[in-house]
Design a protein around this ligand. Sequence first.
Ligand code: SF4
Length: 365
Amino acid sequence: MHANPSLREHVRAKAENRPGVYRMYGPGEELLYVGKSVRVRTRVLSYFRAPKGEKAWELIRETARIEWDYVPNEFYSLIREMKLIQQRQPKFNVRHKRKRIFAFVKVTSEAAPRVLPVSRVTEDGSTYYGPFPRVKALAHTIRELSRTLELRDCPGTTPMFFDDQLEMFGSGRVPHCIRAELRTCLAPCCGRPTAQAYMDRIELAKRFLEGRAERPLAELEEQMRSASARMDFEYAAILRDRLERLQSFRDQLVAFRGKVEGLTFLYRVPGFAGDDRLYLIRRGRIRKEMAHPKSRRARARVARAIDKVYGDLDAGPSALSPQDAAEILLVARWFRLKPKERKRTVEPDVWLSEKVPAGASSPTP
Ligand code: SF4
């Protein structure tokens, strides 16, 4: 099958060379691909010239319809593209995705939740923390955390019975693995803990992952001390290694909090045909997009938005929705790859304190 020539003519006739996001649909109206470009016309037409066998050639061969929207700037095209890909999971974006270098920690929404390292965030009712680098090391650390807090890590299909349910299901159940005997798991598979006792441990794990609880570390220290006191030095050494790993993970959590905290500012982006935009970014997430103010009244509107976005007390990064995580990663990456863009940012209180020169539109950013 060859690319549809009338499709190319349609793009040639209608598309403009300005920033935008385009979508390619298959014959059954299924979304095949979402892309972005600062020059939509040139980019979309380039697919029709792709050499045989390449991804672009394969894609355009399957495309029956193309549509696009214009956006004011490249930054926003990235955000819009990411959101569309996340919501719709187009076949070609998913198949050709880049290797993931970040990992997340997932707390499942099961009756007896598990804490697991994962490489992708999905809408499954779970709570996610991260992103963290180095998936392999993370897997190790999460295992230590589960052992320290005596949380289960068995398959999701393992049946769970809490102590307060045993009357219903009958007592005398036996644990499904050795962790119950080693006392590294509360063993909800055989009804040892109450549902509340297990969920208290899960809450503690969540607080630790938010960088708000030191108790898992304190508990390990205590266990290490008592192992040494009873001269069980081998076990004390195992606990010391475990403690060191959890401490370094805690340090990573703190560093991540700091990094996300640093992504809090107003960001002015020059737009196509003078459509300059102002993005109110708090902890790596775009909380509001506005036209850059050109009058005192518009500036007052921005001031009210600043008050709303940055004014409330926010305890800091905690659990992330999949969209939040992807957005933080994207915003962080944007400023990492384009450090000069930082010059267009300003802290909210600095923006508010800047005086607007009489008759002028507005100061920086
Ligand atoms: S002891 Fe039971 S609940 Fe804990 S990990 Fe093993 S099978 Fe799962």
